[in-house]
Design a protein around this ligand. Structure first.
Ligand SMILES: O=P(O)(O)OC[C@H]1O[C@@H](O)[C@H](O)[C@@H](O)[C@@H]1O
Length: 297
């Protein structure tokens, strides 16, 4: 999934993690471990690749993704935070879609390695720039656990004196063989259809992917299963701290409209997002923390 990138190693972080840059100096953390390979960027705190040794990549990255410090990366797991979709009108106009975490520079806080895999902690703290966009002091921690399973935990700590509310999504782009090979089950029956004025609709708990989809499902009551007949694998997805799951495929027209996705890109990806989208969002009291996770096994 990242073999098309031309990277140069600039530093060693730990036995299986190196810092590498592209020709523009854009930084990547590359993980080459006996059990898995993975990659992430400090820009956006963005996992862009995860593959267990001998298996298909689990995470999809656009072949035409743009690596630019002012843009969000197409593919991987963008961190949508502290809002999802457009910002609420109370925050003002001209704010970036899906918040600013996915275009902010995160700091590498900690790495742990074992024979099973690696755990990487990234941090993003409020600063003068974030306070102009969103008036709360915070510390965000993204813990990325890469081993037999993939786990992402996003911890929002409220460092202000007032309660905050946030919305979010771990906007996971999953790698699929082909839409017609996919059978998705375990979703809630009720969903808000963003392609139909966000109307609340009732469907089946299973879904075949044969057209554009942009739906906010009420939180699943059970595990979500993504069966891929061609890859002969079933991914099980368990989300916590969320109130909904977003399922998104841009399909033919959507992919054609994106400069950073090949026209056929929609055929090999499907987003299933652990999300906070309902009501006013998740409240976090002053000094407290809230955790949003997705686990893919
Ligand atoms: O192009 P972006 O900003 O990364 O967003 C991609 C998609 O993200 C999804 O989560 C939304 O439900 C879609 O409406 C949106 O189009």
């Amino acid at each position: 999934m990242i073999s098309h990138l031309s990277l140069t190693k600039t530093d060693t972080v730990s036995p299986s993690i190196s810092l590498q840059t592209d020709s523009n100096g854009f930084e990547f953390l590359i993980i080459e471990h006996d059990k898995l390979s993975a990659a992430l960027t400090l820009h956006g705190g963005h996992l862009i690749h995860f593959q267990k040794t001998g298996q298909q990549p689990i995470i999809w990255l656009s072949k035409s993704a743009i690596f630019d410090k002012n843009k969000a990366i197409r593919g991987g797991v963008p961190i949508c935070w502290p809002w999802f979709g457009p910002a609420g009108p109370e925050l003002g106009e001209g704010l970036p879609a899906h918040g600013f975490a996915r275009t902010s520079k995160w700091a590498l806080d900690n790495v742990q390695e074992s024979v099973e895999g690696v755990i990487i902690d990234l941090k993003l703290n409020s600063n003068n720039e974030t306070l102009k966009l969103w008036p709360y002091e915070f510390e965000l921690t993204l813990q990325i656990t890469l081993n037999e399973q993939l786990k992402l935990e996003l911890i929002t700590e409220n460092k202000s004196d007032l309660p905050l509310t946030y919305r979010s999504a771990l906007h996971t782009y999953l790698n699929i063989s082909a839409p017609e090979a996919i059978h998705l089950s375990g979703l809630n029956k009720q969903f808000y259809n963003s392609l139909n004025n966000k109307c609340l609709e009732t469907g089946d708990t299973t879904l075949l992917i044969d057209q554009a989809i942009d739906s906010i499902y009420k939180k699943a009551n059970t595990e979500i299963m993504l069966k891929d007949q061609q890859f002969q694998q079933t991914l099980t997805i368990v989300n916590t701290g969320n109130d909904s799951e977003v399922v998104w495929s841009p399909w033919v027209e959507g992919a054609a409209a994106f400069a950073d996705m090949p026209d056929n890109g929609y055929q090999t990806m499907l987003c299933i997002e652990s999300a906070i989208t309902q009501g006013d969002g998740q409240q976090v009291k002053a000094g407290e923390k809230h955790s949003l996770t997705t686990l893919i096994k």
